[in-house]
Design a protein around this ligand. Structure first.
Ligand code: GLV
Ligand code: GLV
Length: 355
């Protein structure tokens, strides 16, 4: 291979590997056993000559790594993730390294996990499973694990981008929930969908579903029974859900987070869960992964899973393929796909930002 490409992790499927090796690339996949690679580990992987790197969301892609990659002749980096809060885009720009991410293929998979956590929290599935396995079930009782009916309740979506909109549609259509959402942009297609579905229900003699675009995030917090967070993580969304905002939610609300951990002040969340036993939470992400804040693991009203929202076979193979295409494309002179493309105009003056 003419070009040396490094992948900091082994990734699912073989298509991404074949793509690279069939197009003049020598691919090196890091086999290091430890889960999270340090900056030093990655600098060693980059070495003296490296044309592009496929990296992971657990890695800190900042000044040091982009400078090392640039010195090694590298032109491209792709995160195997849609989120890019682990990437310092200004540093990448400074060193002339194009950055890519992998949106699209994980939209439905991630929304499906958010829906799974919603159902699991609403119907207390994890608690009930533990109860059963502990041998505590000694007969049917009218009070046993009574949860929430979703039908007719209001689902609140904070961040109605691809994933947030897909989740909203699942909850509205699947469970006949009303929608309230907050986003800086109007989710026109989502609104149209809910309007049309509402009309369909009405024509069927059923109660129609409704939608509302909230003027503020607090409006969603106050009105929704289920709240799911789907923003990107940046300075403006760090601790978006804090003590004050938790206090605005209904006492029996359910909060779901499949975005990034630091969007919630997790210490405040633990306090809130302790003080409000009817408040429930479903978390895929944590503030200091892989750790949880003290107390969270003991709380029955929390369901916690280890950042697996995009973990379906089809999606993970798709993410690996897109990441490889990003790096390969750049090496071959094409622009890479990046959601924040507006900040790297140097890339290709004729490249169009993603729609
Ligand atoms: C996963 O968290 C991703 O951003 O793709
Ligand atoms: C991320 O893919 C989003 O736009 O929700």
């Amino acid at each position: 291979g003419k070009y040396r490409v490094v992948s900091t992790k082994s990734m699912p499927g073989t298509r991404w590997i074949n793509l690279l090796i069939q197009q003049d690339c020598r691919l090196e996949i890091c086999t290091e056993k430890k889960t999270i690679l340090s900056v030093e580990d990655i600098i060693a992987l980059i070495g003296d000559k490296c044309d592009g790197v496929i990296g992971q969301l657990t890695e800190d892609w900042g000044e040091e790594l982009f400078s090392a990659l640039s010195k090694a002749g590298g032109k491209a980096f792709s995160n195997m993730a849609v989120g890019y809060n682990n990437v310092d885009v200004n540093a990448a720009n400074k060193y002339g390294v194009a950055v890519g991410n992998t949106p699209g293929v994980l939209t439905e998979t991630t929304a499906e996990l958010a829906a799974s956590l919603t159902l699991a929290a609403a119907r207390r599935i994890v608690e009930a499973d533990e109860f059963m396995r502990a041998g505590l079930y000694d007969g049917w009782l009218p009070h046993l694990f009574v949860g929430n009916l979703l039908k007719g309740q209001t689902v609140g979506v904070i961040g109605a981008g691809r994933i947030g909109s897909a989740y909203a549609r699942m909850m509205v259509e699947g469970f006949k929930m009303n929608l309230i959402y907050f986003d800086l942009y109007q989710a026109t297609r989502l609104e149209k969908f809910v309007t049309a579905y509402g009309a369909f229900l009405k024509s069927n003699g059923e109660t129609p579903v409704t939608w509302k675009r909230a003027a503020s995030m607090d409006e969603v917090l106050q009105e929704a029974d289920i709240i799911s967070l789907h923003p990107i993580l940046d300075k403006t969304t760090y601790h978006l859900v804090n003590k004050e905002r938790l206090a605005k939610m209904k006492k029996e609300a359910i909060l779901i987070n499949c975005s990034r951990g630091p969007v919630i002040d997790e210490v405040a969340l633990v306090d809130h869960l302790r003080e409000n036993p009817m408040f429930r939470v479903g978390l895929d992400v944590f503030e200091d992964e892989p750790y949880m804040k003290p107390g969270l693991a003991e709380l029955k009203n929390a369901i916690v899973v280890p950042h697996i929202a995009s973990a379906s076979k089809w999606t993970r193979e798709g993410m690996a393929t897109l990441a490889a295409l990003n790096v390969l494309g750049k090496i071959k002179g094409y622009p890479v796909w990046f959601d924040a493309n507006r900040v790297e105009p140097f890339l290709n003056e004729n490249a169009q930002p993603p729609a």
